[in-house]
Design a binder for this molecule. Structure first.
Ligand SMILES: Cc1cc2nc3c(=O)[nH]c(=O)nc-3n(C[C@H](O)[C@H](O)[C@H](O)COP(=O)(O)OP(=O)(O)OC[C@H]3O[C@@H](n4cnc5c(N)ncnc54)[C@H](O)[C@@H]3O)c2cc1C
Ligand SMILES: Cc1cc2nc3c(=O)[nH]c(=O)nc-3n(C[C@H](O)[C@H](O)[C@H](O)COP(=O)(O)O)c2cc1C
Ligand code: SF4
Length: 667
């Protein structure tokens, strides 16, 4: 008997027989946009269906050109499109899965000069002002949704999902924020709802037996969004129009509340799904930041019918199968970093996954069994070394991993101490367990040297990075602390602290020092999340934060701080640091550290920061002396240099894991 009976056993939901109640949520990965990627798309979905996903929802496809997310973006508009997709639907079905095509009209979020919306408005996150759809164009757009659904059926899809959340066109009709129309598609709440309701009604009329999921914005998180009463009314109308299932969407893309990054507490939005469930006769699906089978099972036990996990299936195609088979501790858990998925999508690059670089590269990054097993030494148990050791062993090589410290994890062990990055520990749990299962020979507390490595066919040097010490007068004063010492608590940092360096680690250390633990309710209050039954849009003023320490965050550069942080997560860090009342100074020159504190000059004016400690986050240097020794000594086997030891680039586990996996695939 499985520990996850609700999640992993077959069920019929919304008329579809599913192998599990796990939905792989919609993700536009970049594989959808070009027809020549269809085989890669098929391989990517096939692995997820084989891994036990009940229902896959594709990334968004536009019903027409005006709805493109980006120029020449994905669309389902012709018989030829439908014909190509048969390859995708066939392999998913052959692997026991079901698949629905998502229909997404970007509206004013389209990155094209000819985007359209309910009214002529520009979104704060796109450069183009959308033009208003005429009444006839609204009718044509509804017809286009119906045509796309018909084509999806021809392509062999089991159903469609209508994308009615995250601030795309349908939301733009629903909310007074963006709908200023005075015809039958605007004005009262009832009129604003007419557009999505008509889409669902006409698809149902045209395709009576087709599965139609509607992704509904349960919380808009923007001013002038919908009220809870309006959302409930919409849900009733969508049900009456013939939807099979209501899925959950949270927050418009332009919302200033984080909804999916790693610092968002797990399951933060489930309460909204449970609330709408009470209003509906049709099944509902929960979504966003549900990344473990335990949480998914718990959500299902509370009465939700399906659980959507999007990124967790990038991280591990076999999540459901592993949960079902009692191997949940072998799941490679999504850590919500967005670094290789959403950040890529927002930069028009193909999505993948930091912890699983094979995601969306299933046909090119292949870990096939080796024909000649080699003796491989991996030096360094950080992310780069761990990824190499696991992947090389999976291929059949005989791997020994040397780690100088008592524990595996390298710099990731520091990362997981940062508030909001605690889940990075899951990646280390995954690697540790996989190595145990695979039988990798792990030698802890063993600093590798050329003698120890004699006799190996291949040596992979993944010795990582060490903090850089800047040349500042007084740098060896007792007030000066390295970031590892501050993070691990080896030095107990005082109440007033200066942080030198406002890169990724500087921001993380600042948050660690100033942050106080918060409950889910406090987290929501700190971000201004309100009850939409009380405040329209579900967003209000942020509750003030009470910093644990007074912190100065300093950088030499004149530019604004935190510019180089992640595309979709950087703004969250910048907002937290601001809300914590951190003093942020740029264009700083560091003059001296002494008993009085940190002496600096800003804009030509010298000043002394009277601080207890100065934490140095001034970059890192590659640790590569072993590599140099091996090469200089003419090591007879092959020597490889990877990860931070190759390029020291602060927050770059993505590169480290990818490089390790790619090397293992080539050994
Ligand atoms: C606070 C903090 C937050 C971070 N947040 C993020 C983030 O959000 N996203 C991100 O992508 N990255 C983040 N990083 C960076 C990330 O941790 C590094 O990019 C990654 O760990 C580099 O991996 P690596 O394996 O190359 O090196 P390391 O992690 O440095 O590991 C190297 C390992 O080699 C061992 N070693 C060294 N010499 C020897 C030897 N001779 N013999 C045996 N063992 C040896 C070391 O003990 C160490 O365990 C963060 C780092 C910190 C400090
Ligand atoms: C790379 C990427 C692309 C996405 N594209 C879409 C999309 O096309 N349509 C959609 O409805 N949601 C999209 N989403 C949002 C996901 O469906 C989901 O709501 C989000 O990832 C949070 O859920 P998770 O924590 O289970 O990943 C995307 C998410 C990611 C990471
Ligand atoms: S890149 Fe990060 S957020 Fe995206 S799927 Fe992978 S672990 Fe999850």
């Amino acid at each position: 008997m499985t520990a996850y009976p609700l999640l992993t056993t077959p069920a019929t939901v919304g008329g579809l027989e599913l192998q599990s109640r796990a939905v792989m949520g919609s993700m536009h990965t970049g594989l959808e946009d070009r027809p020549w990627h269809v085989d890669e798309l098929a391989a990517y979905f096939a692995e997820r269906a084989a891994g036990g996903v009940g229902l896959i929802v594709t990334g968004g496809y536009s019903p027409n050109v005006r709805g493109w997310l980006l120029p020449f973006g994905s669309q389902m508009t012709t018989r030829l499109n439908a014909h190509r997709h048969q390859r995708v639907t066939e392999v998913v079905h052959a692997n026991g899965g079901r698949i629905a095509l998502q229909l997404l009209h970007a509206g004013r979020y389209g990155y094209t000069p000819f985007s359209v919306s309910a009214s002529a408005t520009k979104s704060p996150i796109t450069p183009f002002k959308a033009s208003a759809l005429s009444g006839r164009a609204v009718e044509r757009t509804i017809d286009d949704f119906v045509d796309s659904a018909r084509l999806a059926k021809k392509a062999g899809y089991d159903g469609v999902e209508i994308m009615g959340s995250e601030g795309y066109l349908i939301n733009q009709f629903l909310a007074a924020r963006t709908n200023r129309r005075t015809d039958k598609w605007g004005g009262s709440a009832e009129s604003r709802m007419r557009f999505p309701v008509e889409i669902v009604r006409r698809i149902r009329q045209e395709l009576p037996d087709f599965f139609v999921m509607y992704r509904m914005s349960l919380l808009d998180l923007v001013p002038d969004g919908q009220t809870w009463d309006e959302t409930v009314e919409l849900a009733h109308r969508i049900e009456a129009a013939g939807a099979s299932v209501v899925n959950t969407g949270i927050g418009w893309h332009e919302a200033r509340v984080p909804t999916i990054v790693t610092s968002v507490p797990r399951g933060a939005w489930v309460d909204s799904t449970l609330r709408i469930k009470q209003e509906l006769g049709i099944p509902v699906c929960a979504s966003n930041r549900i990344n473990t089978p335990d949480l998914a099972e718990d959500v299902l036990a509370q009465g939700v019918d399906l659980v959507s996990m999007a990124r967790p299936f990038l991280a591990d195609a076999d999540l459901v199968a592993k949960a079902r088979d009692g191997r949940a501790d072998e799941i490679n858990t999504c850590i919500g970093c967005n670094q290789a998925c959403l950040d890529h999508t927002f930069k028009a690059q193909r999505a993948s996954c930091l912890v699983n670089p094979r995601a969306c590269h299933e046909t090119t990054l292949v870990l096939s069994p080796t024909r000649r097993a080699k003796r491989v030494a991996v030096v360094g148990g950080g992310p780069a070394g761990l990824a190499t050791a696991v992947s090389a062993t999976e291929r059949g090589h005989d791997v020994t991993l040397f780690e100088a410290s008592e524990e595996l994890g390298g710099q990731f062990r520091l990362a997981m101490q940062i508030p909001g990055k605690e889940e990075f520990a899951e990646t280390l749990r995954y690697f540790r367990r996989r190595m145990e299962v695979l039988g990798v020979n792990v030698k802890l507390s063993t600093r590798a040297n050329p003698d120890l490595l004699a006799g190996y066919d291949e040596v992979v040097v993944a010795t990582g990075v060490a903090p850089r010490t800047p040349a500042i007068p007084g740098i060896d004063h007792p007030k000066v602390v390295s970031y590892p010492d501050a993070i691990t608590g080896r030095v107990c940092v005082g109440a007033r602290v200066a942080v030198i360096g406002a890169g990724g680690i500087g921001f993380d250390v600042t948050e660690l020092l100033a942050h106080r633990e918060e409950s889910l309710a406090e987290w929501k209050a700190h971000w201004g999340v309100a009850d939409p039954a009380v405040v329209r849009g579900g967003v209000t003023d942020k509750a003030p934060r009470d910093p644990r320490r007074e912190v100065w965050l300093l950088q030499r550069k004149e530019s604004a701080q935190g510019k180089g942080l992640g595309k979709t997560s950087g703004w969250v860090h910048r907002a937290v640091v601001k809300d914590l009342g951190v003093h942020q100074l740029s264009g700083v020159s560091y003059d001296l550290v002494d008993d009085a504190g940190l002496h600096i000059t800003v804009d030509g004016a010298p000043q002394v920061l009277d601080v207890d400690h100065v934490v140095v986050c001034a970059g890192q240097e590659s640790v590569r002396s072993l590599y140099d020794e091996l090469v200089a000594g003419g090591f007879p086997g092959s020597v490889h240099l990877i990860g931070g030891a190759d390029v020291a680039a602060e927050l770059d586990a993505k590169r480290a894991i990818k490089q390790g996996t790619e090397l293992a695939a080539a050994l």
